[in-house]
Ligand binder design. Structure first.
Ligand SMILES: [Zn+2]
Length: 69
């Protein structure tokens, strides 16, 4: 069995151990072109990174529609 090692950096939005997916910004001028994330709520994987003005992915367990805790 081969293990895939994913190196995370500060542009990534990975919380906990859910499966990770990759976002690729469609903006050629974006600072962050590719980043890892494991929010279960992402639908658009070609939008800008939060550092480029995009929305922060919703973290599971901290959904704003739950009313916060
Ligand atoms: Zn995502």
């Amino acid at each position: 069995m081969k293990r895939e090692v994913i190196t995370l950096d500060k542009s990534d939005r990975v919380v906990g151990d859910r499966p990770v997916h990759l976002h690729r910004s469609s903006d050629p001028n974006a600072m962050v072109k590719e980043w890892a994330c494991n929010s279960p709520y992402c639908e658009d994987l070609t939008g800008p990174h939060p550092d480029d003005g995009g929305l922060e992915p919703v973290v599971q367990g901290r959904e704003p529609w739950r009313g916060g805790r």
